[in-house]
Structures are given as C-alpha cells and as structure tokens.
Write a new protein. Sequence first.
Lengths: 379, 379
Amino acid sequence: MIRGNDPILLTPGPLTTSLRTKQAMLNDWGSWDAAFNSITASIRRDVVEIVNGGDDYTCVPLQGSGTFSVEAAIGTLVPRDGKVLVPKNGAYCARIVRICEYLNRAVVDLTVPEDQPTTGAIVEAALAADPSITHVAQVHCETGAGMLNDLAGVAQACRKHGKGLIVDAMSSFAALPIDVRTTPFEALVAASGKCLEGVPGMGVVIVKKSLLESRAGNAHSLAMDLHDQYVYMEKTTQWRYTPPTHVVAALRVAIDQFKEEGGQPARLARYSANCAALIDGMAKLGFRTFLAPAVQAPIIVTFHAPTDTAYSFKTFYEMTRDRGYILYPGKLTQVETFRVGCIGAIDANEMRNVVSAVEQTLKAMGIKQVGPGVQRKAA
Amino acid sequence: MIRGNDPILLTPGPLTTSLRTKQAMLNDWGSWDAAFNSITASIRRDVVEIVNGGDDYTCVPLQGSGTFSVEAAIGTLVPRDGKVLVPKNGAYCARIVRICEYLNRAVVDLTVPEDQPTTGAIVEAALAADPSITHVAQVHCETGAGMLNDLAGVAQACRKHGKGLIVDAMSSFAALPIDVRTTPFEALVAASGKCLEGVPGMGVVIVKKSLLESRAGNAHSLAMDLHDQYVYMEKTTQWRYTPPTHVVAALRVAIDQFKEEGGQPARLARYSANCAALIDGMAKLGFRTFLAPAVQAPIIVTFHAPTDTAYSFKTFYEMTRDRGYILYPGKLTQVETFRVGCIGAIDANEMRNVVSAVEQTLKAMGIKQVGPGVQRKAA
C-alpha cells in the first residue's frame, strides 16, 4: 500500500489515505467545466451502485462534513410535522437527537446501553408503543464505542410498520455490506473521508428518488436543501454552490482504488484483518475491549484505559504519536477508554506495528498494570 | 509563479492555485491532533488581522462552500424577529434574499440596477423609509457582473442608523482593502478558495466576539450554528465536526504566500494589473465591458458577447478551453455576456495569453462582428 510518511491516523476519519488519492489533488478544476462535472456524475453513480440502488435511488453529494449531510437528510426528508425515533447508544446518535431539536422535529430519544446494539426488536417495540412516529434515524456503526447496530433488523421493523428509515452509515458505508433491496431505507448518509478512503470535505446522501422529488420546500435551510441541490444537479450537472473540487477529485480516485481492491467485500476483509490483528496484539499487552466481539464493528475499537496510576491519555497519545501512530480519545462518559481505528489505507502489518508502538509507550511511561489483575511482565 | 499545467481557471473561484498550495494537500492530518489544530488557530488569527480586527473580532471557520457561511452568519446573528435589508444588484445578493426566506427572517428586497453600485445613500434612504430594519446584508463585490459596491458608504449608513451589517466579501476579501476600524461590520464572510488563493471547501466568518457570544440558541441549524462552532473551538481548539483537513492545510500555505507577496495591497496590485491587461487586450479585439470602469472591481470582468451570428458561448468556451483557458458564463438575464476572472495564482502575462487564445478562437469560429459597429479585421 503506497502512502506518505505522515503519522498513521488510527481515527474514525480523517484517516490515512493513499498517496495516489492525495496526488489527485494536484490539479485545479473548474466547477462549471464538463470534465469536472463528469467526475461528479460518476461518483454519484458508483455510490448508488455500492448499495445496489438501481434506478430508484439517486446520490446527492453535499459540501461539508458528514454531519451536514445527516442534518440535510433529516431536514429535507422528514416532514415538518414528522416524528423521529432515535435509538441512542452513543455520541453520534445523540447528535441526531440534537439535530432534530434544532429543526423542530418531534423526537423520541430512546436510550440503549452503550455496550448493547440497537436491534429490530428494540425498534419494533418503540414503534408499537408510539404510532405517531413517522421516521427512524439509525446510526449503523456507532463509533462512539465502535458498536455495530443491527441495521437489517431495524430496516425490517421500519418496513413492517411503514416508517421511513434514515441511516447514518458514515463509518460503515463501503466496508460493511448494505443492500437496499434487503435493507430498505429512505436515505443513507456517508462521507468522502471514511471507508471510501477519500479526504474529508463532502457527504453523500443516497436517497429514494420519488421521495426526494416530493420534498420541495420542506428543508429549513438553503444550504442543506437536498431537494434543491438534486434538482439543480440533475438540470445542470453542476453543484449549486462551489464544490470542494480537490476533495471531489480525490474521492474519484479513491473510489477507483476501492473497485480495484475488490469493492466492499475486499475492504471488509482487510478491515476485519486489521481489527483482529489489533485486538489480538493489544490483548497480549493486557488490553481489554469495551465491547463484546459479537457487536464489535471492524471500524474502530474502544479499549479500556490502563488502570495503572502512571497512565494519562495525553502522555500516552503523545508518546505513541512520536512513534508514528495517532490514536483517538474515548468518547464514553462513564468509563475511561481510548479508541484505535482499523480503517484507512493501512493493513494488518500496520496494526501489528501500532501494537508494538503502544508496547514501547507503556514501557516508557512505566505502566505495568494494564487491565484489572493483569500485570505486565517487567521488560 | 509556479503552477501545474492544468487549464487556467478564469472564474470567480475555484481558481488557479499555486503548486505549493496544492502540494500542501499531500499530507494527512488528524483532526484531533495538536499539530493540525495549531494550523486552524493560526488561520483564524491571520484572517482577523487582514481586516485589523484586533481583539474585538474572532474568525469562525465553517465547512462547506462560502454560501454555507453566509447562511450561517445570517442564521446565527440576525435575531428571529430581525429584518434584513438586501440591496440587490446581482445573483449573489439574490441568493441572500433566498436565504432569508428559508430562515423566516423578514427581508426587504431592494433592487438596484445590475450596472450600478449600491451606495451609502441608497442604503440610507431605505433605512430611513423602514425603521424596523435591523440588519443590512451587503455583497461587497457582486460577481454576477463584477460590480464593486460602496461598502464603506454602506457601513457608514449602518453606523449612523445603528443597524447591524453583514458583509458577503466572498470574492473581495484579501484583495480589496477592508478595515473594520473604518468600515465597521458585525460579520464579514469569506472563503478559502477565492482571493486567499486556497482551494475551495471552507468559509470563514469574521465576527464581533461580544455579539456572537450573545447569540446562543439563535441558529436554525446545528451544522450552521456559528455560536456553537465558536464555543467548541475556543474550548477544545478543534472543529466540532470533521474539518476538511487537506483544504485547511492548503489554506495555511496559501496565506503564507499571501503574506510573502506583500498582503492585500500587493494582491490588489497584481489583480488590478491582470484586470487592466485583460480589458486592454479584449478592447483591441472589439470587446466591450458591461460595467463602467469606475465600478468595475478587479476580480471578474463581464464582457458583452460578440454580436456575430457565428457566436455561441458553448463553442467559444470549448475552443478557448482547448487553448488552455477556462472562461465563465455570464449571469445576467437581460444581456448576453461572458465573464473572465482576474484572480488566482496568475499574472498579467497570463491575461495577455488569454486574450491571444480568445483571438484565435474568434478566428477559428469565423466571428467578425464582436461589438456593435466593430468589425474585426480579416486575419
């Protein structure tokens, strides 16, 4: 895997991209020019194809971070008198609740324990209890802890009850399998800088065409109006407002590499191997994962912080960074943790190297107690 | 001036950037990492300094295109019961009217002829006529035609009447002089991919700190809540949501070059020379500018299209593109025009080359009649 010599980013995005992807940003593109607009069109087609969306679905790209696209999807698609169920087992679910509150959409904030997946049964019970719910907003992989929620089950519950499903698949799209024919949704949101391994700067919303076309005038914001963005793009092939041209060009080349690698199955296999190598290696150092293996997505892994009093995340982070690896802080409120991503243009060998870097950091920090009852051998 | 061999973009952004700026995108950055966040901090400081904002102003960067930042500024700063005067002499002013309508802010849509600048007197009369107006939203350089509006005059009118001023300085910031000490404003919006000569993907809002701090809970959108973005950034040094890391890194290097060149006065001098070389050369081919010289900003020039029946913009565009220059279509509804930008990492020599490319295109298209009564000499 070709890459530069920056520290490796073991975060849920931005992540380490290939040098080829970055080199695609060495050109300037005119946003009105046909050559650029054919790139946009090809990305839209390829993204829909990843979920087997066929002719019923379209892809609307949007400037900004993935969260912008999540807000745009909710604001454009959920009617103003709609009501959104948000099963919440982490920070990204909580963010959707906050979006609904800003947008004055009624919201059912359903807490699910952070170490347990949202399932079809949980959603079904909530839908049965409150028939006024019109939509479910579901985070696929909740990277707050690295939880894999049961998207297929949730989709079946929505289908059974006739509710709209909006999926935040930010950190799962292109890595975990999602097929709209078996996991029906109204819209699914992803971003350039996650498992497609592009650089950050734009989101993509895969959305049912007929539904989107019925949503003129529903959005709360001009910038976030996916209907307006879609209509303009269909008519002109251009983005409504200045696109992040270099980000778009990099995403095109990143998707080329995604296809060359073998698409979603191959990407999942690589990330799964990364995740296994990481968890194995860290276990040998005494680290325990926060989640049970069955619900651990191969995207990002939450580890309990060492129990040793010599541990501080800041020092641990900085010393591991000096060894070439950028870790990520934990996002849980109750337990001290840190996170290590498995995604990006990296392979299992890199994961073994990060374990080695962590081992050296532990030694340098004088940390002996990693988990409860686990004493590191003296070096 | 070092650049790659792409076609030169003679558009109001994205524009041609230096190779050095693009090469800054060959690194991946962690959005949580101190090294990256110090880049964000330094950009914020430098941007405030360009308008002499001192300690009273701060810069809040925002993901997305410049329009996103305009909407964010209006949505965050104008109270929900506020009323916005929009003097309108072009497409970008019209876009602000549309934003206000989406955001349910009362708006006074004041049409000014497209070939005439908005002045302090025009704004003063409108403010006197409707004391319920709370804010004026003023486009500095209206690139619909290339019009330089009288920002200083408008700012004085706002000061006199005690109204808030929000400036869309997208295409003027860093090129035309703006000093908040003499041209007071509540907020001024610019973007990475315009006269700072970075790549597109983020906006910046320069805003009065005390005012912004009073606007908690006012925004209509989580993504566009500048107050929330500001509070989080001040507290953590980080962006709230994934920043476009490569765009940010490129902007840092672009601002370095801006300073090395001599800052705003030097940039204005270069763009003015570009504009003069362009207008002179095009005049020799028979082209007339849409605007009078006194109100022509040295940012983008609107030319009347050739009157010859052999002219079509599409062919003219494509043939000039084949010669290495990307022009821009006109944006006026009443008159057939095209536009040529003067901004980006280009100099007057490049402008002479574009005139040469246009001359060759005219010849190839068999266009003899460029302006009324002006017959090109046979080649």
